[in-house]
Design a protein around this ligand. Sequence first.
Ligand code: NAD
Ligand code: TYD
Length: 352
Amino acid sequence: MILVTGGAGFIGGNFVLDWLAQSDEPVINVDKLTYAGNTDTLKSLAQNPAHVFVRADIGDREVLGKLLAEHRPRAVINFAAESHVDRSITGPGEFIQTNVVGTFNLLEAVRAYWTDLPADDKAAFRFLHVSTDEVYGTLSATDAPFAETNRYEPNSPYSASKAASDHLVRAWHHTYGLPVLTTNCSNNYGPYHFPEKLIPLVILNALAGKPLPIYGDGQQIRDWLYVKDHCSAIRRVLQDGRLGETYNVGGWNEKANLDVVNTICSILDEIKPRADGAAYASQITYVQDRPGHDRRYAIDARKLERELGWKPAETFETGIRKTVQWYLDNQDWVGNVTSGAYRDWVAQQYGA
Ligand code: NAD
Ligand code: TYD
């Protein structure tokens, strides 16, 4: 079996759902259920004995040690993190706690488990750390996309904390021999994306008749990847990635934020027109820019294609249409994560 952390979040949740749709191999899903973790995402697995959910913090070495000893996974995939740049600006403490200290404690729990494995299991074991392209900092319009050899130049508390975690993972390989792999991916979008991030926020605000907030001039560029393509890349790296290596994951889909928002508005105009016949783009509102806002991210994903034969299946045009449709079709999920009812349920179900 495998152990996944952060599997009630956006990417981890999609990963667990895809994994169990394609394989019988059980998943231990360890998630703290912060505001970003939603067990609703995993509802379809309620009767599936191959999914074992455990509410725990990756920083709790004792609990992690017990789980590893009990379930004896052949791999650990670390998705758990504080992931929202804006929150990292208003409150960086949690980012240091989970992304840096939490990753350190997880690495130590895994190292203790891995050290005592029988030789064959030890050789086959993998620790895959899921990271971001934001560790490389920002690009100008004419710079080449980020390659694995780019310097780390993180600019936000979020990206700095992820950069620190990547360095810890690297060091645990070089110093202790822990068999690690790291992926650095560009911006994801798709089903189960918490509506604090640009794409789901814009879809839901558009439908609710609310302003669509564009930071600054809206010309910042992100390289968008459909979440299921990210999941397939992680499976590929887990299977055949070279130990100690990092792999950049991206969709070759660079878009300015304003273009992304306009695309979403046009799709909605077509499939769910406003009652008054006006264009959704009329809701676009320019707001104050994010401090330290990175101008452009772009990923050179050629290493992953060359070494492991991975390519994304979706273009931005196909993926964004699926995503908009998913939000229209899944109003229950949306209602639960946005109404506060979900938080009440967690408190009631799990206690304080
Ligand atoms: P998310 O915020 O949607 O989910 C994070 C999950 O981790 C949540 O379920 C949360 O409850 C859990 N978590 C938080 N702190 C925890 C802790 N201390 N212990 C256990 N669980 C904890 O994030 P996401 O967008 O799914 O991102 C997953 C990973 O992928 C992160 O490491 C992130 O840095 C990385 N990443 C994200 C993107 C993106 O566009 N979203 C792109 C590249 C890389
Ligand atoms: P986000 O989804 O927060 O991802 P990240 O900051 O990790 O790239 O934001 C994507 C881009 O959209 C980023 O350039 C900030 C911008 N943005 C807005 O213009 N308005 C918004 O309300 C949000 C949340 C983001």
